[in-house]
Design a protein around this ligand. Sequence first.
Ligand code: AMP
Length: 515
Amino acid sequence: MNEGPEMSAATTILDLVAAGRDDAVAIAASGRPALTFAGLRRLAGDTVARLNRLGIGRNDAVAIVLPNGPEMAAAFVAVACGATTAPLNPGYRADEFDFYLGDLDARALIVERGSASPAIAVATARGVPIVELVADPSAPAGSFTLEGTAAAAPPAAAGPARPDDVALVLHTSGTTSRPKIVPLSHRNVCASARNIRVALALTASDRCLNIMPLFHIHGLIAAVLSSLGAGGSVFCTPGFNALRFFAQLAEARPTWYTAVPTMHQAILARAERNKEAIAANPLRLIRSSSASLPPQVMRALEETFGVPVIESYGMTEASHQMASNPLPPRPRKPGTVGVAAGPEVAIMEETGSAILPRGAIGEVVIRGANVTRGYAGNPEANAKGFADGWFRTGDQGVLDAEGYLTITGRLKELINRGGEKISPREVDEVLMDHPAVAQALTFSVPHDKLGEEVAAAVVLAEGATATEQDLKDFVSVRLADFKVPRKVVFLPEIPKGATGKLQRIGLAQRLGLAS
Ligand code: AMP
């Protein structure tokens, strides 16, 4: 498709979904009729009107707790057209929902009819109205109606969202125990969707098979919005399942998919016995992001599927994509995350004082239309997070002579468990609440498939006893499964770094857990 003026200029999600032909498929799912662009636009219009009648308008935060699938994709798009979407991980525990609903100042919680989510009791206790999403399984994939109690007064700002309204808020694991709120405007997310569309040369004939969670920036922007902005379609699965992947490939007939490296590895592990499905459903490309892709996995994927594997570098604060390896004929460089792909990308001296020349290692910084204007209600994080108009990613990297970026390390305290991000301090705080724990330090240990896994060093209180399992059980009541330490080591004292401070980085090596 040509780069029509209305396509390149979209600054709201409503404009962005104008890219598709009326009768073209926008959202598809297994065993369901597809939702066309005309249907999606109608759904967006109806949803904005409905939200307004419920007293919800532009920039009002609406928490969304839905299973992965076409309704989640459609609800993100349609709700964002008239309010601020805040998709939350359905795997969160009540404590986590309580924090998020309060922190977001949510004006409503959307759940599917019949949902048993702990978010409902939490919202009710907080006085947050519940809005039920009702889907008809015989209707086109993703279509829904919203049911809730009509409001006495109209919202402060009704009607369709504007470019600088907040389309999406997500939380990001920070160096503090409490995650930070990242507001992303329509302008931000549309710029990112466009950057991804350009990097992958997506057109109306492309179809993405979505296996990524839709409460994370990667799936929301790289799979859903980039496809819709190209006038193409997204086939929505209930989430990643290596056993179902090849059947989904055969049913969806996608031209590409995007995933985290652990998913690619699980797919590769089953590729040998699914050669026919691979041959019968050729792809155009495979994309990988959110954690580093081992070059061996990239090579094996390229050989197995016979298509280019495009590794990209993304981050919530950047509405996802920052850098990407280019499509052929330009070279892909395994082990790098490619070249700047939308925003400007530079390397800053780690104190934030100067931009460094190519070849020098420092902090990766970015600036561009896709980058958040700043964390909400957190001047301290904003003072630390931006320098000279650049956003500081907290990743350490180096640019080569051709502008390819290699991520060499991490300056921020974050554990990247196969793309799932964990703030170690959040886990420390929960462990410290256990009566037997005197001191706790959560850290990452290398893992062959996930890249990193969560571990914790614990000093027990004098005379107290607790087993590794006791502490894991204790954490799992309060935090989602992916944050629960897989290993707990008991120590008489936690080793300190040269400056006398407790140091998470390098702890795995010092404890002999790094091999
Ligand atoms: P998130 O906000 O969950 O998307 O996480 C962003 C972080 O994921 C980045 O700051 C990086 O630390 C990491 N990340 C994303 N993509 C890659 C990649 N291709 N290689 C290495 N790390 C990555």
